[in-house]
Design a protein around this ligand. Structure first.
Ligand code: NAD
Length: 282
């Protein structure tokens, strides 16, 4: 089975659009996402443009703060504080990575946790660890949606996550654990990666290395989620999974068209959620 992310993303976006309409009818409030982009890193510009387009398509307003020429750390923190205090802004998206010289952790800390649509603030990370309601990072949340949509059994399953980043690997491992999988996290110092991946019923790969997982490393019938996006020398995009050999024996997400569309869809869902929660509290 090819685990196509596009129909799952469409279903999620349809749900968000309906939710935005319901919220507007009930309260007169339109959810608003503030988008902050510092620098002119080409992939970030493409992601941000796509996120802004998608907000419009589901009825969410966007307020764009684009600084192609850069911004000082102080000015960035000031901006994030003022967006955090602005009652008309429900969600804040700070596009990462930040240009060299800017402190990413300090910037994330400056975002109000209840507006942190990327779920990267330590408060939201802590809530995830505690099993409490917070904001779940978009990419890991999208991976779970794909697994659920295509009927992967998670309870008691052997789940292996490759990668331990704050953005993907760590929160993804927590989400799988919360769904009662037996989770192993692998990383660059893991000995004999294949010994772990071959026993995985669910294998999630977020290494950022093109084709690090090949067909001989996966179990037949496994569910394989390829998070990686790598630009090859030819200019083509490739995932972290060798699609040809892995799709011959397992269920796998394509790149592009797998996790990518889900990340944006979950960002929209998180923005609607932050708006609903803020309105309920006001
Ligand atoms: P990262 O570089 O922060 O982390 C990579 C992790 O993989 C590290 O923990 C490292 O230990 C591990 N790793 C690297 N090489 C390995 C190897 N050979 N064997 C075992 N472990 C290895 O990257 P990230 O931010 O977590 O992103 C991972 C990938 O996912 C990147 O390709 C990124 O572009 C992609 N990504 C995609 C989306 C999406 O929407 N599809 C979103 C975020 C990230």
């Amino acid at each position: 089975m090819i685990l196509d992310g596009r129909p799952v993303a469409q279903k999620t976006l349809d749900g968000v659009r309906a939710g935005v309409t319901r919220l507007r009818e009930a309260t007169g409030v339109q959810p608003k996402l503030a988008v902050v982009l510092v620098g002119d890193f080409a992939p970030s510009k493409i992601y941000v443009a796509s996120k802004i387009r998608t907000t419009e398509s589901v009825g969410i307003a966007s307020e764009d703060h684009l600084f192609p020429g850069g911004l000082t750390q102080d000015a960035l923190i000031k901006l994030l504080h003022s967006l955090s205090d602005d009652a008309s802004v429900h969600g804040i998206l700070l596009q990462l990575p930040l240009p060299t010289g800017l402190d990413e952790s300090a910037a994330i800390d400056a975002i109000a946790p209840n507006k942190d649509v990327d779920g990267l603030h330590p408060v939201n990370m802590g809530r995830l660890l505690a099993g409490a309601t917070g904001m779940v990072p978009c990419t890991p949340a999208g991976c779970l949606e794909i697994l659920d949509h295509y009927g992967a059994a998670l309870r008691g399953a052997e789940a292996v996550v490759i990668g331990r980043s704050r953005l993907v690997g760590k929160p993804l491992a927590q989400l799988l654990l919360a769904r009662h999988a037996t989770v192993t996290t692998c990383h660059t110092r893991t000995r004999d990666l294949g010994a772990h991946t071959r026993r995985a019923d669910v294998l999630c790969v977020a290494a950022g290395r093109a084709r690090v997982i090949t067909g001989d490393m996966v179990k037949a019938g496994a569910f394989v989620i390829d998070v990686g996006i790598n630009r090859l020398e030819t200019g083509k995009l490739a995932g972290d999974v060798d699609f040809e050999s892995v799709s011959a024996k397992a269920n796998v997400t394509p790149v592009p068209g797998g996790v990518g569309p889900m990340t944006i869809a979950m960002l929209m869902r998180n923005t609607l959620l932050t708006a609903e929660r803020q309105i309920a509290r006001s």
